[in-house]
Design a protein around this ligand. Sequence first.
Ligand SMILES: *Cc1c(COP(=O)(O)O)cnc(C)c1O
Length: 374
Amino acid sequence: MTERTVQGGFARQWAAVESAVLDATRRVGESGWYILGQEVASFEAELARFQGRREAVGCASGLDAIEIGLRAMGLERGARVLTTPLSAFATTLAVVRAGGVPVFVDVDESGLLDLDLAAEVLEEHEDLRFAVPVHLFGHALDRVALAALRDRFELHVLEDCAQAIGAHSHGAPVGGVGRVAAFSFYPTKNLGALGDAGALTTDDDPVAESARALRDYGQSAKYVHDSLGLNSRLDELQAAILRSALLPRLPEWTARRSEIADRYRSGLEHPEVCVVPTPASSTSVWHLFPVRVPGELRDDFTAYLRTAGIPTAVHYPGLIPDQHAMAAVEGVVVHGELATARAFAAEEVSLPIHPFLDEGEIDHVLETVAGWRA
Ligand SMILES: *Cc1c(COP(=O)(O)O)cnc(C)c1O
C-alpha cells in the first residue's frame, strides 16, 4: 500500500488553468499596455458584477485596498476604528496606515467579531464612527445585524472580505453593508492571482473616484495631485489572469470547497475535535476549515496529522493587539479580556481545504482524525 498524503492545491490549479493563463499573458504582452488599461477596467467590471456592486477598483493588495478604502471614506488621522483582534495582521495594519486607531472587540463562538459586544462598545465610545469587520474563514457575518449596527451608530463600515469572496448572508453577497468592501487575491485566497493583487468594491461613486486617485499617487488627472496617494495599481497582467482564467472558475471551486466542508462537518467525530460553528445566516465559501482542540493537545494533534502526511495551519496563533509592532501605535483600545479570541488563538487548527482535494484525501483526513489518541 502506498503512503497516503494530502497535497496542496497550487500544482493542480495550475494544470487546470495553464492554457487560459498563457492566453491572458500573451494578450497583455501583445497589447504593449501594462499598467491601468483595458484589462484592469474589464476585471473591475466583472468583479463588480460578481459581487453585485456598482464599482470595483483594483489595487496592488488586500492590505492596500483596506487602507485606500478607509481613506476614500474620509477617515481622518487619529479617528478610532472598531475591529477584530483575530484576523490577518494586515486588517489592523491597514487601519493604522490609514491613520486610524484600532479599538479591539472580542469575537463570538464562530471566531468573527461579536456584533452584540460591538454594540455595547459603540454605546460607550461616542466618537467611534468607523468599523472594519472581517468575514473570517470564508464565513459571512450576519448582514442584518451588521446593517442594524451601521444604522444605529451611523458607522462608516469597511468590510474585510479578503477571505470571503462569494460568501452570502441572508442570500446577499458580503460587501453590501459597508460603504466599501476590500478583497485580496493573494495566491492562497479563494480567488488567488499569480502574485499580489487586491480590489475594493463600492456603490458610492465619489468613494470609487477617490480610491482610483489614491491608488495612483493621488492623481485626479495626469500630473494633478489632490491627495497624497500611493502606488497601489493592479497590474494589467494579474487583472487579465484574474478575469479570464480564474474568476470564471470561482463558482465551481467554491462549490467544491462547500462539498468538502460538508463531508468534514458530517464525518468528523472525535470527542476532542470541535468543528467551529458558522454564523447562522452564512452561506460560507470555506476559505479555511477551522476546528478547535484543547490547547494543551494542539501540538500533539498537528504533529500527528503531519506524520500522516496531512498539513495543517493555525489561524491565528496570536492576537493582533499582542503583536510587538502594536507597541508603536498610540491610543489603542482593547475592550475587555478578549477571552474568546484568546481561546481561538490557543485551540484553533485549520484542516486542509481547497477545490482540488480528491475523495481519497478527504477520507484520509477523516480516518486519520478519527484515529487520534485512539
Ligand atoms: C490576506 C488578508 C488580508 C491582506 O491581503 P493581502 O493581499 O495579503 O495584502 C487582509 N485581511 C484578511 C482577513 C486577509 O486574510
